[in-house]
Design a protein around this ligand. Structure first.
Ligand SMILES: [Zn+2]
Length: 150
């Protein structure tokens, strides 16, 4: 009897799957505040005071339950960035576009978002930024259209 050779058989495919999920109470409050008031909030830990943006319901530093959202100015500083040239079907923008890591004033963590209203060549780490909100907002992160130089 002939031995069966052990070799992996791999099928490649692509699945598009519509879905819905709840973002939870903390993120719901965060997105509704942006939608209704154009205000970005952070979640402040009652024990250690760490402010997370986007908000988290459990402090990543001391694991305390976090329920308080505090309003931030929305202004912040660009920590780093890249220019995206790769195109895929899941992107919100058509490349090329700039995306950066932004630390908002009053926050201890950073968030990632688009950088706009500026030539790519003028984007520099350390630059001050402010959010630009969409006119029609839907309670999601894309209600912030991009961050521009402040
Ligand atoms: Zn904490």
């Amino acid at each position: 009897m002939e031995a069966v050779k052990k070799e992996p058989v791999i099928f490649e495919g692509f699945v598009i799957m519509p879905y819905k999920y709840s973002v939870g109470s903390m993120a719901s409050k965060f997105f509704i505040k942006i939608r209704d008031s154009k205000v970005i909030c952070g979640a402040k830990c009652p024990k250690c005071g760490m402010v997370n943006v986007p908000p988290r319901s459990v402090c990543p530093k001391c694991f305390s339950k976090v329920e308080e959202l505090i309003e931030l100015s929305g202004k912040g500083k660009l920590e780093t960035f890249t220019i995206v040239h790769y195109e895929s079907s899941v992107q919100a923008l058509k490349p090329p576009y700039a995306i950066g890591v932004i630390k908002l004033d009053g926050a201890d963590t950073s968030m990632t978002h688009f950088i706009g209203g500026v030539d790519f060549k003028d984007i520099k780490p350390g630059m001050k930024l402010e959010p630009v909100f969409k006119a029609k907002r839907d309670a999601n992160i894309l209600d912030i259209e991009y961050f521009q130089p402040a």
